[in-house]
Design a binder for this molecule. Structure first.
Ligand code: OAD
Length: 273
């Protein structure tokens, strides 16, 4: 056993004792719902439950490459909702991850999110692995030519489908987010050892249903404490002696941890800035 008990107080003690210097954080859409961005799989509010109007064979088809080739419009209807911009502000959970980085405790953040809110919160780019890519860049799915950012923004705002402008191409343009049927970015594989090196793992706001990301929390040794901040129990949480589950809203759980650490004022102040 690494922790004296399965509690947030014990986790805070582990951090304060200096034994957690390589904290690895793994996040999903649940850390951004408080910012107003829907997640995917929540029964009523999730995107997949609200895609009926798009007439998809199944909700995941909106992120499927072969479906996109036939029917790119469906994705662009959704992209309009998800596109990062001034509309959305980082949540308390995002800011907590930035605090970990500021204190030199963040070994790596692995995120499945494509909203770029962790960068907006101040997590340094070299500590972030955007495992499912992001909306930051885009290219043609045929000739792979990059497509201009400002033009892309204009297409997305109108819900229209951009086409490649390279001589004689005309292929579909897609943001560099990872669709089903596509490989994850090289950085995910190059940096996945960071998950093995963790001395504390924090998992927040993810259903852990999509592989290979879902395997990350199982990569460290069994005696590495893992903490889950999520509405529901997910993955293999609860099977290891040092698993701590903080079920409920992740911002509320993070605030409790910040209280235990004596970081609460700093957290709130940084979040309000
Ligand atoms: P999901 O929608 O699958 O899971 C979100 C999880 O967060 C669920 O377990 C929710 O219960 C939980 N949750 C929601 N709001 C919360 C809150 N305020 N506090 C705590 N927990 C909360 O989203 P992901 O796991 O991120 O892929 O989905 C993984 C991938 O599936 C996404 O990256 C996306 C999707 O297909 C691509 O876009 C390529």
């Amino acid at each position: 056993l690494t922790l004296p008990e399965r509690s947030l107080a014990a986790v805070a003690g582990h951090i304060k004792s200096g034994r957690a210097r390589r904290i690895v954080v793994m996040t999903g859409a649940g850390i951004s719902t408080a910012a107003g961005i829907p997640d995917f799989r929540s029964p009523e509010t999730g995107l997949y439950a609200n895609l009926a109007a798009l007439d998809l064979p199944e909700p995941e088809a909106v992120f499927d490459l072969s479906f996109f080739r036939e029917n790119p419009k469906a994705f662009y209807v959704l992209a309009r909702e998800l596109y990062p911009g001034a509309r959305y502000r980082p949540t308390v959970s995002h800011v907590f991850i930035a605090l970990l980085a500021r204190k030199g405790l963040l070994h790596m953040l692995f995120t499945q999110n494509i909203d770029c809110l962790e960068r907006a919160a101040g997590v340094p780019a070299d500590r972030i692995v955007e495992a499912h890519g992001s909306f930051a860049t885009q290219r043609c799915i045929e000739c792979k030519a990059e497509f201009d950012d400002a033009k892309m923004r204009a297409f997305v705002a109108k819900g229209e489908v951009p086409r490649c402008e390279a001589e004689g191409c005309g292929g579909l343009v897609k943001p560099d987010i990872v669709f089903f049927g596509e490989a994850l970015p090289r950085a995910f594989f190059e940096l996945s050892d960071r998950a093995k090196e963790a001395d504390l793992i924090l998992v927040m706001g993810t259903s852990l249903q999509v592989h290979p990301f879902a395997g990350l929390p199982n990569m460290a040794d069994e005696d590495v404490p893992r903490v889950l901040f999520n509405l529901e129990r997910v993955g293999s949480f609860g099977t290891q002696a040092d698993d701590v589950m903080v079920l409920g809203d992740c911002d509320a759980g993070i605030r409790k941890l910040a209280d235990e650490l004596g970081w609460r004022d700093e957290l709130e102040k940084t979040w309000r800035e």
